[in-house]
Design a binder for this molecule. Structure first.
Ligand code: SF4
Ligand code: SF4
Length: 128
């Protein structure tokens, strides 16, 4: 995966390396318990996925569940069908949202080094 930055017609692709630390899944779970369905749901590429049912939970409004219940031994137990926001993290306009993602920190450091030669870079998306 690459973070794409642009500066006056020049495009820079900086590779992103996930350290598999699990910090994003601990701090920014994407999984919401929806009481109307009695299930954990999450947005995925193909729409809303319904994951597991929680028994004996009495809630009237959706709640975000943190850490993500699918994080097992620092690995995503639903990796192949993980939510869209998990696939994109941290390569969006919002960056790592304060999670302290080491891979993102490295990308920002490289972008700053490039900015010294090219001037201000604007985030322009990601490339898988
Ligand atoms: S915080 Fe960053 S490095 Fe750690 S698992 Fe998440 S994306 Fe990977
Ligand atoms: S669904 Fe997987 S990738 Fe997404 S927050 Fe949960 S454990 Fe992390």
């Amino acid at each position: 995966m690459y973070a794409i930055y642009r500066s006056e017609g020049i495009e820079v692709a900086i590779p992103f390396e996930c350290r598999m630390c699990g910090k994003c899944c601990e701090k920014l779970s994407q999984c919401v318990y929806d009481p109307s369905k009695g299930k954990i749901i999450a947005e995925a590429d193909l729409g809303l996925f319904e994951y597991v049912e929680l028994n004996d939970v009495e809630l009237k409004s959706p709640i975000l569940i943190k850490p993500c219940p699918f994080l097992k031994d620092n690995r995503c137990a639903i990796h192949e069908i993980r939510p869209k926001s998990c696939r994109e993290f941290p390569l969006t306009e919002r960056g790592d949202m304060g999670v302290g993602c080491e891979g993102y920190r490295e990308i920002r450091a490289k972008a700053k080094a490039v900015e010294k030669a090219l001037g201000k870079l604007e985030f322009a998306g990601r490339l898988d």
